[in-house]
Design a protein around this ligand. Structure first.
Ligand SMILES: [Zn+2]
Length: 147
């Protein structure tokens, strides 16, 4: 199986075999290390410090799941988010950010409850869903992001 990693340097899409990820692959186009780059197709954990570089500078549309480990509805939609990440591999980046430990981003985007899903395109927040939305609802918002 291959993972799709978008190069943080040049935006090129690199296909890396899953079992080679530990070899700290480099971008095939510009040579930048892909060791810390987010992977399209899975839900990537995100910190406040990475928010700008990984979400707002992404060349792919982005879905960010603001959650808290103690929140029941968050646990309910987590598998839905994972399924969608897989479905939209290569077209979308998906992150989850723990609002109990990463509070800067939550406050910056005025997250009042979890789960909250934020949708980004070209670095701008363009849509949001508050609460545990049905999969079809989330999917419709994602489709709006894709060209
Ligand atoms: Zn590159």
């Amino acid at each position: 199986m291959n993972m799709l990693i978008v190069c943080p340097g040049c935006g090129a899409k690199n296909r890396i075999p899953t079992d080679k990820k530990h070899l700290t692959p480099k971008c095939g186009k510009c040579g930048v290390s892909l060791a810390n780059a987010p992977v399209s197709g899975i839900v990537n954990p995100l910190t406040d410090g990475e928010f700008q570089s990984q979400v707002e500078q992404s060349s792919l549309p982005v879905l960010v799941d603001f959650y808290s480990p103690t929140c029941g509805p968050c646990r309910m939609i987590a598998p839905v988010i994972a399924t969608l990440a897989e479905t939209y591999a290569g077209r979308l980046l998906v992150f989850k950010i723990d609002t109990s430990s990463q509070q800067m981003s939550a406050s910056r985007f005025q997250i009042r409850g979890v789960p909250t899903l934020l949708f980004f395109k070209n670095g701008a927040m363009v849509d949001q869903l508050v609460g545990a939305a049905p999969q079809a609802d989330i999917e419709r918002r994602i489709n709006n992001l894709l060209d």
